[in-house]
Write a protein that binds this ligand. Structure first.
Ligand code: FES
Ligand code: FE2
Length: 471
């Protein structure tokens, strides 16, 4: 209570954009004290004050707004369509859907990946069903048998004599643009859009490059429909502000209120949430031993229940960093000697507007993907892919087949999901039902955001505004 009272008092006194959790070390202070130091892109800060006006809520509840989003936002932005490991061989394909749109993302050569609009040029039938993947030597339509080569050129039309007006050279499959980054295949429907590098900006791209995500593979892939607009879903993961209330079981070892928030250009933002330190909400209530105990026996599950102790004068954070290094090297047969304590331990997350949410750190390596449900703007498709380092011998394991959970299933029911982590995702999802319904029920037609901890939500919505308008 005392800390909170002080905080309120102090916040009233701070200038716009200067609000930070009082009486707690910053994320950079914590990282600076680590034994194995972090590189510059970890040690940098890029917060900007972007205003403090409320966000109108039409964008989450208005079906007309959702229709406009498809045309103005989703057709002009770079989207994560699949991982390269989904299509390692020539002819491998992966169907990526977005709203009413659908693409066959296929490998045409070692360095040539294309994304075809997934529709026959005769009478429009999808050439491959949604949600499918495989290997093809041609894309043949199931209706009348028109076919295309893997390179998109027209191969043949049944009864070609009846189509003297069809010039095969003009019937190649239309394509979206494709770019690759960190093992991700991004597509963009807009021929005039900036390149992916321009879209991300040099600084953010350098961060993503540094994580070397191309050296990971998907070892678990879980998808579920969530009962809320896609923007509410992605925004629920952009701040650690909710941890103390929503996930109190992990707060003991989570620097939630002193996490760091950064924005880069128009399309990328990040947080660094330091782990192995006590939540500022719990100062004075727990010891370093408690932090270690929560992490090793608690719900994080990251350490598989192994028990360690503090040496004299050591910190829980350092013991955990040392332990992580050994454990992850052994478990993944990789060399992590050059990796900083922060990269090993902390929760890093980056949003790449609009559908990609990267957690590139070593202890929680994941990517989330969010897409609107084309049939219901109050629902969305959420996927989590856990990424592991490719073993040192270079043998890249097959990417995991997606597990599709039914709406009522717990994330813990997905085979291979850590139960503690599944519980965290269920806690987030339970909030999202209430948030969607509450926004619709509310007499207040806006959301009010914190200046620092919710800057990523504001930054994301400003990108929405840029594409869609304010409604
Ligand atoms: S619709 Fe595809 S061949 Fe007729
Ligand atoms: Fe959460």
């Amino acid at each position: 209570m005392e800390v909170e009272a002080k905080q309120d008092h102090k916040n009233r006194a701070t200038a716009k954009g200067e609000a930070r959790c009082p009486g707690a070390p910053s994320t950079q202070d914590i990282i600076a004290a680590d034994k194995v130091g972090a590189p510059g892109w970890v040690r940098s800060e890029a917060y900007q004050f972007l205003g403090d006006a409320d966000i109108p809520t039409d964008r989450y509840i208005d079906p007309e707004y959702a229709r406009r989003e498809i045309q103005t936002l989703w057709r002009h932005t770079w989207q994560f369509a699949c991982r390269e490991e989904h299509i390692p061989e020539v002819g491998d394909y992966y169907v990526y859907d977005l709203g009413p749109y659908s693409f066959i993302v296929t490998r045409v050569g070692a360095d040539d990946i294309r994304a075809y609009y997934n529709a026959c040029l005769h009478r429009g039938t999808k050439l491959r069903a949604s949600g499918t993947a495989g290997n093809a030597c041609e894309f043949k339509c199931s209706f009348h048998g028109w076919s295309w080569n893997v390179d998109g050129s027209h191969k043949g039309a049944t009864c070609h004599w009846d189509f003297p007006h069809v010039d095969p050279a003009r019937f190649t499959l239309p394509q979206a643009r494709v770019e690759r980054l960190g093992g991700f295949v991004f597509i963009n429907m807009d021929p005039q859009a900036p390149t992916l590098a321009e879209y991300l900006g040099a600084e953010a791209k350098a961060h993503i490059d540094a994580w070397k995500l191309e050296n990971r593979y998907t070892y678990l892939h879980v998808s579920k429909r969530l009962p809320c607009n896609w923007k509410l879903a992605i925004e629920a993961f952009m701040e650690a502000y909710h941890v103390i209330e929503t996930h109190p079981q992990v707060a003991v070892s989570n620097g939630d209120a002193n996490s760091q928030y950064d924005v880069y250009g128009e399309h990328v933002n990040r947080f660094i949430s330091p782990l192995g330190v006590l939540s500022p909400h719990l100062y004075g209530k727990h010891t370093e031993e408690d932090i270690l105990k929560q992490f090793t026996l608690g719900d994080s599950g990251a350490l598989g229940g192994s028990q360690r102790t503090l040496k004299d004068g050591g910190t829980a954070r350092q013991v955990m960093a040392d332990m992580f290094r050994g454990m992850f090297e052994q478990a993944t047969n990789t060399d992590l000697s050059g990796v900083s304590d922060s990269e090993l331990l902390d929760c890093f997350s980056y949003t790449v507007f609009p559908n990609t949410f990267l957690f590139p750190g070593i202890s929680l390596p994941m990517v989330y993907r969010f897409r609107p449900d084309p049939r219901d703007h109050r629902k969305c498709l959420y996927e989590v892919m856990f990424l592991r380092p490719v073993p040192l011998d270079g043998q890249r394991p097959q990417p995991a087949e997606p597990i599709h959970l039914r709406d009522e299933q717990s994330f813990s029911e997905a085979e291979g999901m850590d139960p503690g982590f599944g519980n965290i995702l269920d806690q987030d999802t339970d909030n999202l039902v209430l948030q969607q319904e509450g926004i619709e029920a509310s007499a207040k037609r806006t959301l009010t955001l914190g200046n620092y901890q919710e800057i990523r939500v504001r930054h994301f919505e400003q990108a929405v505004d840029k594409y869609v308008g304010e409604g």
